[in-house]
Design a protein around this ligand. Sequence first.
Ligand SMILES: [Zn+2]
Length: 220
Amino acid sequence: MHVVLIGPPGFGKGTQARHFAERLGIPSISSGDLFRAHFRDGTLLGRQAKKYMDSGALVPDHITMAMVKARIAAEDAAAGFLLDGFPRNVHQAVLLDGMLAVQGRRLDHVLALKVSTTEVERRLAGRRACQSCNLVVNVNFAPPRVSGACDTCGGRLIRREGDRERIIRRRLAACTERTAPLLVRYAALGILANVDAVGPVEDVRARILAAVPALAGAGA
Ligand SMILES: [Zn+2]
């Protein structure tokens, strides 16, 4: 089974990826893990990627996809894989299809986890930080026992609208913009399933299974 999971960071995508990969007996491959492994082993691809990142540039697709190519050729990926976080754009998707076709393989399912802008704003609006211990909580999802006070140390919870919020907004907007053409492409191929990613992990998991029953694996 060859699966691609697309969605913004920070909404349990990694958790779902690991769950379904384990269920299907295939490796879950995230771009973060892939890059970290190459940095750790000091590979040529890793050193090349680092040069771009250190200069604040995006790592070119051919470097990322060379890492993917090597990873999916590994023995544990012979029966398939679940890609978490790429392809990131249509160019990478075309490269991926090419490398799979050479091996007589193709993608079976592309799962797009969707998060509405309203929901993102609700989450951001609920974020509070403790003035004393810096613990970050979300009063919309896990209200403190005493309103306005930190559960851990009793310190005052304040709203800190700063870099982090701006980064999250910018990242989500960029993700939506970047993945839109990708979703059009996979929809045209008839392998795209859209799933609402907002809610408890178990609920999202159930929605994923309802959308793509094949992800239940052989055991179910
Ligand atoms: Zn505190």
